[in-house]
Design a protein around this ligand. Structure first.
Ligand code: CO
Length: 301
């Protein structure tokens, strides 16, 4: 069955991507515990998605404590999970149709911070319907998070997804701002409330392990050209530095960045170094509300 401008193949692919994501997420989150390495979990999930016949919409994000997003293990990374707050954010695509969802696994004892972003996501899902301004969804998120005494992250927003594009409009704020854009039937939204006990802003950290091809220029350097060939497999979607062939790719990536063929995504961190929790679902806006394609990973599902 088609939904608005989405034909039935597109709808089925969105659902399949969601189902693969849910299964992978629920296995990967169970692996997370102190002493296990981040790389084991990331590679387990990425392999499971590929084995299911789907693609990665972006590298598995594992963002710890004050990190909100864009963190993924480096090549040969031996960082182990500790008594931390861990946001696990996974993106799957089937034929380019994307599911994007996140859960928070907490070993810090801050259950209510995790609950705040979960409750906010539930409120957002309830608020989504055609004709609803994006800012109204943001207001529902803000109210839910503030009812726990926490602050939503202002400069991180939910977003639309389109075929082979993990980040498009409309942007779904985590506060009651930007009221003008109205949701439409067939919009596919990744809504992701972030809650913190800090000020509610993220800034860029120093680490950068996720990249995306943004241009097609030419470079002289042979190794950089080899890396460019490798990039074709990623369909212009974000990729991890560790997915590239060898460790020498680090310099090639710098060359491609300077040539504006590739851009990097630095890790985003809470400005005060405070804990951040995240909850995310992907949903298709329908005539009478929305269909969550990633249902089955949050308590309220
Ligand atoms: Co996500």
């Amino acid at each position: 069955m088609s939904i608005g401008p989405l034909d039935s193949d597109a709808v089925e692919s969105y659902r399949e991507a969601g189902a693969i994501l849910v299964e992978t997420m629920n296995e990967a989150r169970e692996m997370i515990e102190p002493g296990v390495t981040q790389l084991e979990v990331a590679e387990y999930a990425e392999d499971a998605i590929r084995e299911a016949g789907a693609g990665l919409a972006f590298p598995v994000n594992i963002s710890v404590d004050e990190a909100a997003s864009h963190a993924t293990p480096a090549r040969d990374d031996d960082t182990e999970f500790g008594e931390e707050m861990i946001c696990l954010d996974i993106g799957v695509h089937v034929d380019g149709y994307i599911a994007d969802a996140a859960v928070t696994v907490d070993y810090t004892g801050s259950d209510d911070l995790v609950e705040a972003s979960e409750t906010a996501l539930e409120a957002a899902v309830e608020a989504v319907a055609p004709g609803v301004p994006a800012g109204e969804v943001g207001g529902a998120i803000e109210n839910a998070i503030e009812s726990y005494g926490y602050t939503p992250i202002l400069n991180l927003t939910g977003h639309g997804v389109e075929r082979y594009d993990a980040h498009t409009g409309p942007s779904i704020p985590n506060r009651a701002v930007d009221r003008s854009v109205e949701l439409e039937v067939g919009d596919v939204l990744a809504i992701e409330p972030f809650a913190t006990d800090g000020r509610g802003k993220v800034g860029e950290g120093a680490t950068e392990e996720i990249y995306e091809q943004v241009g097609d220029g030419s470079v002289r350097d042979r190794r950089a050209r080899q890396v460019m060939d490798e990039l074709e497999a990623f369909d212009d979607l974000p990729f991890a530095a560790r997915w590239l062939d060898s460790s020498r790719s680090e310099m090639a990536l710098r060359t491609l960045k300077n040539a504006e063929i590739v851009k990097g995504y630095p890790v985003l961190k809470e400005a005060d170094g405070q804990l951040i929790s995240q909850a995310e679902h992907t949903m298709i806006v329908t005539e009478d509300g929305c269909e969550v394609t990633t249902a089955g990973i949050h308590d309220f599902d």
